[in-house]
Design a protein around this ligand. Sequence first.
Ligand SMILES: Nc1nc2c(ncn2[C@@H]2O[C@H](COP(=O)(O)OP(=O)(O)OP(=O)(O)O)[C@@H](O)[C@H]2O)c(=O)[nH]1
Ligand SMILES: [Mg+2]
Length: 326
Amino acid sequence: MSDLLPAWAEKIFAGDRRAIARAISAVESGEAAGIQLLKLLFPKSGGAYVIGVTGSPGAGKSTLVEKLAGEYRRSGLRVGIIAVDPTSPFSGGAILGDRIRMQALSTDEGVYIRSMATRGHLGGLTAAAQDVVTILDAAGCQVVLIETVGVGQDEVEIARHADVTALLLVPGMGDDVQTFKAGVMEIADLYVINKADRPGAERVEQEVAAMLSLAPRRDSWRPPVLKTVATTGEGVAALREALEQFRVFSEQEARRLGRQREQWRVRLLELLRQSLLENAVKGLHEGALEARVEEVMARRRDPHSVVEELVEEFCRSQETTSNKTP
Ligand SMILES: Nc1nc2c(ncn2[C@@H]2O[C@H](COP(=O)(O)OP(=O)(O)OP(=O)(O)O)[C@@H](O)[C@H]2O)c(=O)[nH]1
Ligand SMILES: [Mg+2]
């Protein structure tokens, strides 16, 4: 396998769609080859502008993402789209829905669309989504759009890991702006009131403006509040303009670097935790954990002492292995 990896990576650098699809599948299913491949792809990534688009179910995220992708395509940029599906057990339908809605792009060789399920990622959804971004980025996508429903913690995390986060709101949710999950509201760099063809858009606009005046940002960016009609494409060019302005802003103020530094710190800690845990559990003797569970249940031992002991055992086992292999 390992001698095939460089050829696989080369195909991805060349934008080969099948190679990209296989890479994403490998990463998603946690195959060892996927991780080996990512090691080769990583040095060639980092050029893409990663745009997180989040909002309530049905806010028009997919419709807007498609129009935004079209906008970037007209400038000749290569675009990757990752649609993260809600945790719903019925998400099969939602995936299909996204595909159908983005049909206008499906024949465009310069666009790569991929749906990711929220379930079944051992190392976490955020980590998996980031790995997919790395693949698309290395494959030459200058823009990567990530659609997530802003309801769960994972989805908020994904949006936070983008270079810029746009939050979609819709008319008719006026008072709800305050109750909208605070975490989502705060991470937005841009507010987009979609379905502005419906009555009540001004009302939401005022609510957002009021909220923003109450909670000023730590940086000097003033998040714009834009209006769009995703179905017709109205306001999409202005949205792209605002996204570009944020990009310039964040690069000038080195905000992007600060944000990236924090993102990578979190990412490294996550990977470290995962890797240590996997190794520690792998090193346990058959039934060792169960025996401890029984002891704790019977109150013969407390959980903290048990974990301290397990960690000590793990560290000792690491010392012996490293002594054996100089
Ligand atoms: N009137 C109007 N309808 C819109 C607008 N944007 C999207 N829609 C419609 O709203 C519905 C939902 O749009 P989607 O793009 O699927 O919304 P979504 O946020 O991706 O939905 P989920 O991924 O299921 O959360 C569709 O029927 C769209 O045609 C808009 O600006 N105005
Ligand atoms: Mg959608």
